[in-house]
Design a binder for this molecule. Structure first.
Ligand code: FAD
Ligand code: UDP
Length: 399
C-alpha cells in the first residue's frame, strides 16, 4: 500500500483499473478483493485524513485507544464475513455488555432474566420470567413492540415497564421520536431477551474486538502492492457524473468506480438532502482507573446524552490511573456543512428520495454505490462487509 495526503500533480486516473471512494469497510473490502482476485490496480480517495471510516480508532493524549466516531463492537452471524475479516486481525474474546441506568439502578440491556428481578423484585421477577418463558420459549429474543401486543395483564406490565424505562426516553433522545414512530427494525435491534445471557449481542457466534484495533485491521487489509490510498481528497474535486458517464479529471473514466459516500451530496442535493441523525461525541479523560463497570451504560430515563462508553473496558487496555469516557448527544444532521451523517432515518419518504438519486446512477454501469451512506441503510460493520463482498463477487464475475 502507498498512502499519501492529497493527489500528486501527475495523478493519472487512467493508470488505475478501479477508483474507490472512501476507505471505510465498504471501500476497503472491495479494494482488497479486486486487487487480489483481478490484479486490479486500485486508487482509493478518502476525504478524511485517515483510513477505516467510522471504525477509526487512535490513541488519545492520555495514551488510551478510543473510537473517534462512536463505540464499535464487532459481532456477526456471518461466517464468510468473519473469515474474510479474520485474515487481517486476531480478535479478543471481549463480549459486549450494556447496563441501563434506570433511576440509579443498573440493569442489563437487552432486558433479561436478571433485569426482571432487579426491576420487579426477586419473587415477582421470577414469576414474570416463567411466564415469558412459557409464552415465547427459553433463550428467545422478543422485540418490545411484539411484547406490547400481548393482551395478558402481567405481560403487559412487563411490556409497559420496559417500554417506559428502556426504550421511550432513550429513543426520544436518539431519534427525536417515540418507538412507535420509527422503523420497527430499529427497536428490533435490541430485543427483550428471555434468558440469562447478559451480552448486548446474545447468541452472536463471533464477537470481540480486533486485537490491535480497527485502524490496524484496515492497515492490514489495505496493505497490498496494487492499492494506493490518497487521503484528504474529496472525490468531488476530480469526479462528476453525467447522464451517460463518470467523468474523472475531466474525461470519461473507463474503470470501475466503487462509491461509498452519500449520493445526494454527489448531485449537490438537487432533489433535496437525505435526512440523517448526527451525534456529538464528547470525550473526557478522568484521573481514575475505572469509571463504570461495563463498556457502555445507557441512560434510558435521565440525562440528555444517550450513553457513556468507557473504552478501556472494551479494549482491555491497561493504563493505570487514567480512563477515557465518551458521552453521545444525538441531534438532527445539517447537510452540506461538514457534519457527519451517522444514522439514516428509515422512513418511506426518505427511501423514495434516496431512490430518486439511485435511479440516476443506475444507467452508469461502472458506478457502484455500496455501504452505509451510499445504500442509505442502517448497516452494522458485518452487514457492510457482506454487501461489499457481494458487490466484489459481481465485479469479479463480470471481468
Ligand atoms: P463509512 O465508515 O462511513 O466510510 C465511508 C467513507 O467514505 C468515509 O471515511 C468518508 O469520509 C468517505 N467519503 C464520503 N464521501 C466522500 C467523498 N466525497 N470523497 C472522498 N471520501 C468520501 N457497527 C457495528 O458492527 N458495531 C458497532 O458497535 C457499531 N457502532 C456504531 C456506532 C455509531 C455511533 C455509528 C454511527 C455506527 C456504528 N456502527 C457499528 C456501524 C459502522 O460504523 C458502519 O457499519 C461502518 O463503519 C460503515 O462502513 P462504510 O464503509 O459503509 O461507511
Ligand atoms: N434503544 C433504546 N434503549 C436502549 C438501547 C436501544 O431505546 O437502551 C433503541 C434506540 O431507539 C436505539 C435502537 O434501540 O436507537 C437501537 O439500539 P442500538 O444500540 O442497536 O443502536 P446503535 O448502537 O446503532 O446506536
Amino acid at each position: 500500500m502507498n498512502i499519501a495526503h492529497g493527489l500528486p500533480d501527475n495523478f493519472n486516473a487512467d493508470s488505475y483499473d478501479v477508483l474507490v471512494v472512501g476507505a471505510g469497510y465498504a471501500g476497503a473490502v472491495c479494494a482488497r478483493r479486486l486487487a487480489e482476485a483481478l490484479n486490479f490496480k486500485v486508487c482509493i480517495v478518502e476525504r478524511r485524513d485517515h483510513i477505516a471510516g467510522n471504525a477509526y480508532d487512535y490513541e488519545d493524549e492520555a495514551g488510551i485507544l478510543v473510537h473517534k466516531y462512536g463505540p464499535h463492537i464487532y459481532h456477526t452471524y456471518n461466517d464468510r464475513v468473519h473469515d474474510f475479516l479474520s485474515r487481517f486481525t486476531e480478535w479478543t474474546d471481549y463480549q459486549h455488555k450494556v447496563l441501563a441506568n434506570i433511576h440509579g439502578t443498573l440493569m442489563p440491556v437487552p432486558f433479561n432474566h436478571q433485569s426482571l428481578k432487579l426491576a420487579f423484585g426477586e419473587e415477582k421477577g421470577e414469576h414474570l420470567y416463567r411466564k415469558l418463558v412459557a409464552t415465547f420459549g427459553q433463550d428467545k429474543k422478543v422485540p418490545i413492540l411484539e411484547l406490547r401486543e400481548k393482551n395478558d395483564p402481567e405481560l403487559a406490565e412487563v411490556a409497559d415497564y420496559v417500554y417506559e424505562n428502556v426504550f421511550l426516553h432513550y429513543t426520544m433522545k436518539q431519534w427525536g421520536k417515540t418507538p412507535d414512530q420509527i422503523d420497527p427494525a430499529v427497536m428490533g435491534r435490541v430485543p427483550v431477551f428471555v434468558g440469562d445471557d447478559d451480552r448486548y449481542f446474545p447468541q452472536a457466534p463471533h464477537q470481540g474486538m480486533p486485537k490491535d484495533g480497527y485502524t490496524k485491521l484496515f492497515e492490514n487489509m489495505l496493505n497490498h502492492d496494487l492499492i494506493d490510498v490518497f487521503l484528504d481528497v474529496d472525490v468531488r474535486s476530480i469526479m462528476q457524473l453525467t447522464d451517460t458517464s463518470v467523468m474523472v479529471c475531466g474525461k470519461p473514466y473507463g474503470g470501475e468506480v466503487i462509491y461509498t459516500g452519500a449520493l445526494d451530496e454527489l448531485f449537490g442535493f438537487d432533489e433535496g438532502p437525505l435526512p440523517y441523525r448526527t451525534v456529538d461525541m464528547v470525550f473526557e479523560t478522568l484521573p481514575e482507573d475505572q469509571f463504570q463497570p461495563v463498556g457502555t451504560v445507557n441512560y434510558t430515563v435521565s440525562e440528555n446524552f444517550t450513553r457513556i462508553t468507557e473504552f478501556k473496558n472494551m479494549t482491555g487496555q491497561v493504563v493505570p490511573g487514567k480512563t477515557t469516557i465518551m458521552r453521545e448527544y444525538s441531534r438532527t444532521y445539517l447537510p452540506g456543512v461538514g457534519e457527519t451523517p451517522y444514522y439514516v432515518i428509515n422512513e418511506p419518504e426518505n427511501i423514495e428520495l434516496y431512490h430518486g438519486y439511485r435511479d440516476r446512477v443506475a444507467k452508469l454501469v461502472n458506478f457502484h454505490p455500496v455501504g452505509r451512506l451510499a445504500e442509505y441503510r442502517y448497516y452494522d460493520m458485518d452487514g457492510v462487509t457482506a454487501s461489499a463482498l457481494e458487490l466484489s463477487d459481481e465485479i469479479i464475475a463480470h471481468h
